[in-house]
Design a protein around this ligand. Structure first.
Ligand SMILES: [Zn+2]
Length: 276
């Protein structure tokens, strides 16, 4: 999956200044400054940046193994680095190497969070970085804001040898998917599973088994994958505002072209191979 790396992701909070050998994460909206060729993403070294970019306010973001990554906003700049361009996440998420893709996507999520918390949501004063943790603090009213991560479920509903596959309504993503949805305030994650399956397909489920989680940083969410069994009637009543299709697929008829980066893809593939 997307987050399965060969090096350790270390996101412990630190205050540090970038050095020439560090990697620069520069963003403009949802695009990262990178070299992209032959399906490979290359992030710039801090030392290669022009002086006017090195002089920006930089934040230490995280490390991958021995490599340190630093973050800066470049919305108002047009960095002319030969060979580099703004690469949107929808383009780079399918590229390699996986460490560079992971760094760009995690950096983009942090960048989005910093950009959305420049001012206090309670009193409107400009916020500042905490000195001790990854948080934004309001000097006027004391509000502390941590990175926003939205819990969501991915649900593989099985009925003997059949799996429920869906297609989203009105989205660019056209492959088959699983039932999915966000947790609501006051709800356990198990209740989210039952509610989303019922809302989207009219089906009831039992025997929930947690499989794995995935930090889906592209949408600031933490996905929790569950397998569960159909409970009662297998008759589907489609929620047409959310889904264009939901159907039962026998194991042998499930197509095998799922993305290797997503939890959804891995869960479908495990069922197809008879491992669930
Ligand atoms: Zn405030």
């Amino acid at each position: 999956m997307f987050q399965d790396l060969d090096v350790r992701y270390d996101n412990a909070f630190r205050r540090a200044a970038p050095e020439a050998a560090d990697t620069a994460l520069l963003f403009r909206e949802d695009a990262v400054l990178a070299r992209s060729a032959d399906g490979r993403l290359g992030l710039p070294g801090f030392g290669a940046l022009p002086e006017r970019l090195r002089a920006r306010p930089w934040r230490y973001a995280f490390s991958l193994g021995a490599a340190r990554f630093f973050l800066a906003d470049a919305a108002d700049a047009a960095p002319e680095l030969p060979g580099f361009a703004w690469v949107p996440s929808r383009e780079y998420r399918g590229m390699g190497p996986k460490e560079a893709v992971f760094a760009a996507a995690v950096g983009e999520s942090l960048h989005r969070w910093y950009g959305a918390n420049r001012f206090c949501g309670r009193c409107g004063a400009p916020m500042a970085d905490s000195e001790t943790e990854r948080a934004r603090v309001c000097p006027a009213c004391g509000l502390t804001v941590y990175p926003k991560i939205c819990p969501a479920v991915i649900v593989a509903v099985t009925n003997g040898d059949r799996l429920l596959l869906t297609k989203y309504q009105g989205r660019a993503f056209k492959r088959y998917a699983l039932v999915a949805g966000f947790n609501e305030i006051g709800e356990s994650i198990e209740d989210t599973v039952r509610r989303e399956v019922l809302e989207e397909t009219g089906l009831r489920v039992k025997g929930l088994r947690f499989y794995k989680s995935q930090p889906w940083v592209f949408t600031d969410s933490l996905l929790m994958g569950f397998y569960c069994a159909l409970d009662g009637s297998d008759r589907i009543k489609l929620q047409e505002t959310e889904l264009s299709e939901a159907s039962w697929y026998p194991r042998a008829e499930i197509p095998g072209d799922y993305s290797s980066i997503s939890l959804t893809g891995e869960m479908i593939e495990r069922f197809r191979r008879g491992e669930q």
